[in-house]
Design a protein around this ligand. Structure first.
Ligand code: G3P
Ligand code: MG
Length: 248
């Protein structure tokens, strides 16, 4: 088995063209010819994994409060498209299962980012991986990631032979290299807009694919690629593609 990460991954689906972390975003990515998407998964109060980025509902829905304190019954009543544009009014927050259905149907690869609400690092990974294990067979086109080393550790222990990566925040933890080694990652994620060439050189020493988030500027993508970055999370995959020297 070989991990086949493409150069460009649709970020939160295809977040420049459809509301983030929605089924419409996955379809939009597929329609554009994107090979893989990334989305964020967290748990409702009653432990249903849903696609959602923030800990709170306000920015992208008509709801209020914490996702971790809202049941799925209430989450599914919410509207998650109007904030992005009137033509997306009525869109719902999808469950992980609904999203997997679309991915399989549209032949999309997946970088599933485990995005736990604070304190739910372990259980979020456990529930998401359990569901994936029931539906997902193509492990050359699946990468499990998280900023949370606890969530990545669950992936290592629960799904040892699946590919996983640790995503570094803009301020790297001092022990990032030890963590990457301990978690036995197959790739490493890095904030790509402000990172330095020296930092990329440090990552190159790992000899693993380097994945930069979130790159929407084709010139920045080209520069990072010349430094040795392999893959780019982008809200606008079509725009970034034009900046790359090689796309396969
Ligand atoms: O994993 C790449 C990227 O998705 C990380 O940032 O905040 O968009 O989830 P964020
Ligand atoms: Mg993400």
């Amino acid at each position: 088995m070989t991990l086949k990460i493409p150069k460009i991954i649709g970020h939160r689906g295809c977040a420049a063209y459809a509301p983030e972390n929605t089924l419409e975003g996955l379809h939009t990515a597929a329609d554009m010819g994107v090979e893989w998407v990334e989305f964020d998964v967290k748990l409702t109060k009653d432990h249903i994994p849903v696609l959602f980025h923030d800990d709170t509902l306000e920015r992208t829905t008509n709801g209020h409060g914490l996702v971790a304190e809202t049941t799925y019954e209430d989450i599914k009543q919410l509207e998650a498209g109007s904030w992005f544009g009137d033509s997306f009014a009525g869109i719902k927050i999808p469950t992980l299962e609904e999203a997997i259905d679309v991915l399989i149907d549209r032949n999309l690869g997946l970088n599933l980012e485990i995005k736990p609400c604070p304190g739910r690092e372990k259980e979020t990974a456990e529930v998401a991986l359990d569901i994936l294990s029931q539906y997902w067979d193509d492990h050359e086109r699946l990468l499990i990631s998280s900023f949370s080393h606890v969530s990545v550790e669950v992936a290592r222990d629960m799904a040892t032979d699946w590919y996983r990566d640790l995503v570094l925040p803009p301020e790297w933890p001092e022990n990032w290299a030890e963590l990457a080694d301990y978690l036995d990652v197959s790739a490493i994620g890095v904030e790509g807009n402000n990172c330095t060439r020296d930092q990329i050189n440090e990552l190159l020493a790992l000899k693993k694919p380097i994945m930069a988030y979130t790159i929407n500027d084709p010139d920045r993508a080209r520069l990072l690629q010349s430094w040795g970055v392999d893959s780019f999370f982008s809200d606008a995959p079509d725009v970034v593609k034009d900046g790359l020297l090689t796309v396969h």
